[in-house]
Design a protein around this ligand. Structure first.
Ligand code: MG
Length: 458
């Protein structure tokens, strides 16, 4: 069946128009019906609608006879981690991740720290659509309770999994920008426990996101960049709204794309063990493949979305997974994104190398990358994409390989282009990368013309 409720990662909608409390209540009933028994662990990020949506969702679950345990305002990775830690079947995170403040949503986690697979989501959606809800009698309703030490448990596990003494010995100076999101309750405290001198900005949870846009990128991290230049700190750390992403900023204020950070981590990880597989999404830089290959590893590409990466990491028994937007998965710790362990690993690398972060990351060159998005009428995305499978390679020339893992990816003799319909907006997105500015501009121009032409004619 076609999924109306679920997108790339769980449910994410505009509060009030696309998503109402009635929907949250029924979704709770659908999840409870799907599970049949047991306990759901529940948390939320800092959004103004969070508590209310969580209450409605909980009421729905309790009405089916399934229990609810709440752990309050915590990062998404803490919810996934605690679901396994406490031995529950399902974790629900009320969050719209990095979307603007007017959005709300829910991310679904299983007992093994994996997100719900598309099949599991489809089953919940089917129950939701058909309203086949289980109704528990008054004397067998679920009961609700609260656990208060989730963040402390998560921090303790992180400290157990990194070289605390080594990091402490360096007395790093870090600037943390959680963007008024859920990371406010964890990252500054983890840094203190690692002996860092911590300066924070945007570090009080606030669902209006007063400090900056929730998505951490070069455009939104201007304040963090200037703080880095002013303070001369060792590293800048930024999160999105539910803190499942981390983006790093160098001592001189440069915002580093996640795929370069994956390459840096991969190089280090490939030195250690016998595992050779690195998993990333179709939109990561080719520099990642080049560095992984030089380090004796293999890169596998998946469709975008952290769950797609996690599924492939598990399937291949890979050593590391990640997305260019700042998602990192360490399967030895959990299958949910682990921005906090990423920070620990990067600090270990800096400490061991006796070099600066900027100096370390300079080993992973940045190829110029350009993006564009073109408006497309509703219902036209599919025919446009279909027509492009023929038209786009013709418009580009010197095609080496055509990939259809997610959207249409075309490797060229120099550079590549990826054309994807957006999962959330009425647009087609174009991403291009090439070794020089001149080449990448040319590729974008050719691709844009081809897509415009197809949108006009389809
Ligand atoms: Mg997120």
């Amino acid at each position: 069946m076609s999924k109306k409720l679920f997108g790339t990662t769980g449910v994410r909608k505009l509060y009030g128009t696309q998503f109402t409390l009635d929907m949250a209540l029924n979704l709770g009933k659908a999840v409870g019906t799907y599970l049949g028994s047991g306990t759901v662990l529940m948390a939320r990020d800092a959004r103004t609608t969070g508590r209310m949506v969580e209450d409605a969702l909980s009421a729905g679950i309790l009405s089916t006879g399934v229990n609810v345990v709440r752990i309050g305002l915590v990062p998404t990775p803490t919810l996934a981690f605690m679901t396994r830690e406490l031995g529950y079947d399902t974790g629900l995170m009320v969050t719209a991740s990095h979307n603007p403040p007017e959005y709300t949503g829910i991310k679904f986690w299983g007992k093994d720290t994996m997100g719900f697979t598309p099949d599991m989501e489809a089953r919940v959606e089917e129950i939701y659509e058909n309203k086949e809800f289980k109704v528990a009698e008054w004397d067998v309703l679920g009961h609700e309770s609260q656990v208060d030490d989730a963040v402390e448990k998560h921090i303790a596990a992180l400290l157990n999994n990194c070289d605390v003494d080594l990091i402490k010995s360096k007395e790093f100076r870090v600037v943390v920008d959680p963007g008024n999101g859920a990371g406010c309750v964890l990252t500054p405290y983890l840094m203190q426990r690692l002996g860092c001198k911590v300066v924070t900005i945007n570090s009080q949870p606030d669902g209006h996101f007063p400090g900056r846009k929730s998505e951490p990128d070069a455009e939104s991290l201007g304040d963090l960049s200037s703080m880095m230049k002013q303070t001369g700190a060792d590293i800048g750390i930024a999160h999105d709204g539910d803190s499942d992403r981390v983006v790093f900023v160098t001592n001189d204020g440069k915002v580093i794309r996640g795929d370069r950070t994956i390459a840096l981590l991969a190089k280090e990880a490939l030195k250690k063990g016998s595992k050779k597989d690195i998993v990333t999404t179709v939109d990561s830089s080719k520099i990642l493949d080049e560095i992984v290959e030089k380090s004796g590893g293999t890169t596998t590409r998946t469709p975008v979305g952290d769950i797609q990466v996690a599924i492939k990491v598990r399937e291949l028994d890979a050593i590391l997974g990640g997305e260019a937007c700042g998602v990192f998965i360490f399967p030895e710790f959990q299958f949910a994104p682990e921005p906090f362990l990423t920070i620990c690993r990067i600090l270990e690398m800096i400490a061991k190398s006796m070099r600066t972060f900027e100096n370390l990351i300079s080993e992973v060159p940045a190829y110029p990358l350009l993006k564009a998005k073109l408006k497309v009428g509703s219902g036209k995305k599919e025919p446009v994409m279909k027509a492009l499978t023929e038209e786009l390679p013709k418009a580009l020339g010197e095609v080496v390989e055509v990939l259809t893992v997610d959207g249409l990816g075309i490797s060229l003799k120099e550079g590549w282009v990826l054309v994807r319909p957006s999962g959330t907006e009425p647009v087609i997105r174009i991403t291009c990368e090439a070794p020089s500015e001149e080449i990448v501009s040319g590729i974008l121009e050719d691709a844009r013309k081809a897509v415009e032409q197809v949108i006009k004619t389809v």
